[in-house]
Design a protein. Sequence first.
Length: 186
Amino acid sequence: MTQKTERRNRRRDGEHESEFFDKLVHINRVAKVVKGGRRFGFAALVVVGDQKGRVGFGHGKAREVPEAIRKASESAKHDMIFVPLHDSRTLHHDVKGRHGAGKVILRSAPPGTGIIAGGPMRAVFETVGMSDVVAKSLGSSNPYNMVRATFDALKYQVHPRDIATRRGLRYSIFQARRRDLLNSEE
């Protein structure tokens, strides 16, 4: 079978080829006490990304778990941000973020380090496409606050090309200065 035929068959079977990867971060079960007993509902926190720098998170509530996850995924796809990655694997510079009582510190890492981060932050880094990063969560361990603080930090990530244009420098000169700085540290 050709690839085109396989795609057509998948679409016919209800499978959609999505460019996004989603990760379930947290499920919360809530109960409402009514006359006949308890009525359960579920709240889901999902992170969605294309593993090429675009990432978003969403929150969905429903009576069934799959429906809550679907709503959260749809919500995440609407509010996505772009994160510039260095060599498609790590951050360009260290950054801090916070939301409420949740604080995070994100640091760039050399090749081969891997993702050193807690659960909710790890999901964000995997969906954004990072393979080397060191992160520390300070303060609140609430998954909602940790994800929001991570997104706050990622919003401040700036590509050196943008800094060079803002300062009126050529990017190649900017990179040469950076290389000289790194060589002097060794």
